[in-house]
Ligand binder design. Structure first.
Ligand code: FES
Length: 161
């Protein structure tokens, strides 16, 4: 494990080096940076472009094409909402719409208080208990609007404590 600060350009260059500075490994490199930092800061995408001998526009194009990559710091809690078939079949769409209204954030966005980032995912492997969501790596099943609100209320309380 590197001792270099995760958000530093040096760390981005180390990650590129670990991938042999290969432009065809750009996706893996971006995933590694996001894993280390939580998002892909603009300064680091520039450092990656330099290390891989790509233009900044090329790197930026990949980051903006794949919605997995975040360009802003995520919220304190990451909420992944399943939008795949089994969940949609049991009113998951309504829960997704409700979540966006409740948090005032669309998919890929963070609530104004910085507490919640909302993401759409396609199957959490919890279809038997759909609609399913995942918060900070924890799975929740049979989530309707009321249960969603209750979970958020609990997290809000933890944040306020
Ligand atoms: S379809 Fe939603 S968890 Fe599988």
């Amino acid at each position: 494990m590197s001792k270099t600060p995760p958000g530093s350009k040096k760390r981005a260059r180390e990650i590129c080096e670990a991938h042999g500075n290969r432009p065809d490994e750009l996706l893996e490199i971006l995933h590694d940076v996001q894993h280390a930092v939580g998002f892909v800061p603009e300064a680091l995408s520039a450092a990656i472009a330099d290390a891989l001998n790509l233009s900044r526009a090329e790197v930026y194009g990949v980051i903006s094409f794949y919605h997995d990559f975040r360009r802003e710091p995520p919220g304190r809690h990451m909420i992944k909402m399943c939008r795949a078939e089994a969940c949609q079949a049991v009113n998951g769409g309504a829960v997704c719409r409700h979540a966006q209204e409740r948090l005032g954030a669309k998919f890929g966005e963070t609530s104004a208080d910085g507490n919640y980032t909302l993401d759409a995912v396609y199957c959490l492997g919890n279809c038997a208990l759909s609609p399913a969501i995942m918060i900070d790596g924890n799975l929740y099943g049979r989530v309707d609007k009321e249960r969603f609100d209750a979970i958020i209320a609990e997290l809000d309380q933890e944040e306020a404590a």
